[in-house]
Design a protein around this ligand. Sequence first.
Ligand SMILES: Nc1ncnc2c1ncn2[C@@H]1O[C@H](COP(=O)(O)OP(=O)(O)OP(=O)(O)O)[C@@H](O)[C@H]1O
Ligand code: SF4
Ligand SMILES: [Mg+2]
Length: 382
Amino acid sequence: MAKKKNDGYLSAKESRRISRENRKITNAYEKARKRKNVPESEYLTTMHDPNNAVEFDNLHSYFFTDTGVVRAVDGVSFNVPIGKTVGVVGESGCGKSVTSLSLMQLLQRPQGQTVEGEIRLNIGGDKAYDVTKAPNSVMQKLRGNYVSMIFQEPMTALNPVFRIGEQIEEVLKLHDDDHRTEEQFKARTIELLEMVGIANSEGVYRMYPHELSGGMRQRVVIAMALACNPRIIIADEPTTALDVTIQAQILDLLRQLKNKTNSSIMFITHDLGVIAEMADYVVVMYAGRVVEKGTAEDIFYHPAHPYTIGLMNSKPVVGKKVDELYSIPGKVPNPINMPKYCYFRDRCEMCVEQCSGEYPKEIQISDTHFVSCYRFDGKEAK
Ligand SMILES: Nc1ncnc2c1ncn2[C@@H]1O[C@H](COP(=O)(O)OP(=O)(O)OP(=O)(O)O)[C@@H](O)[C@H]1O
Ligand code: SF4
Ligand SMILES: [Mg+2]
């Protein structure tokens, strides 16, 4: 039996015990979250820098599953400045989506819970809310008005049995504080469709999702996300389902819209090419942690973490002939059972002596550039 456990298998009894314990933990979180009339003072906070739209500060979001606790996001800190685009990169499963879902408070509950850390959301007028402590009623107001999300697959965000116009109007009505008339709702919907580059806006207004192409649908989803002029747009792989020409159009569109409204974009993708085109700042995640962050220039011209260097090397370059594309050897550690040392050590080709120690702390190597790696120990920027 013991051998089986070492192989990663769990007995039914063990699994039942874990799920019982987890249920106790998640019930306590859910109870706290469902409280009514939570005073604002409990989630009111101040931004550490008022030029930021969002500050993730030591965020821990876990999933309490029957096989154990998945530490999907395990101490993530980075900022999204107002009017800037922050690209979040990292391989599949590293916690990019869980980070953004934590900001929206849309983790799959009750298993998914933010257990530690703050996410400060700048709501203007020197005020900020810590969304990890905000109750559901407040989150409902913040979603759409302050933060909205463009999902990867437009068909899952659209309801196939309602016309496009109705679906956008529903978003507007949900957040309407101005008591607009039906005509005003329609006018705003048409305006939004035109803003995202849909020429036949009156026609599309009456169409069903299946009558549109993939690119058009993604434009509609973007129109919905922008309906209430959010300050932060989370774009989670918004173009992976599209072909490259449409992808370029959508990226252009997002850039234009961002400049027009001075909103911030948190752009999540595996595609370094897209990041190079879109991002002012880049955050590199690995196994639930930020391993490197800096300006796009820092990351592209001076990558410091061996994982980032590996990512750069695995990018195909036009005109450069190679026998085989580079891929980073090995695999990510099991998120239920993370090692005590650097999570990248088992795959790292640049290890130094200190790497056998505990997880490396974050080191600042320039005004804007941070890395968690022992290779930079003692090389901090003065
Ligand atoms: N509902 C869930 N229940 C249990 N574990 C989950 C759940 N959602 C995500 N996870 C786990 O959390 C970790 C992070 O997942 P996440 O979706 O954030 O990855 P990602 O970086 O967005 O990957 P991708 O690039 O594939 O979208 C993964 O190990 C995943 O298995
Ligand atoms: S700390 Fe060591 S093992 Fe980890 S990435 Fe840096 S060099 Fe590699
Ligand atoms: Mg994802």
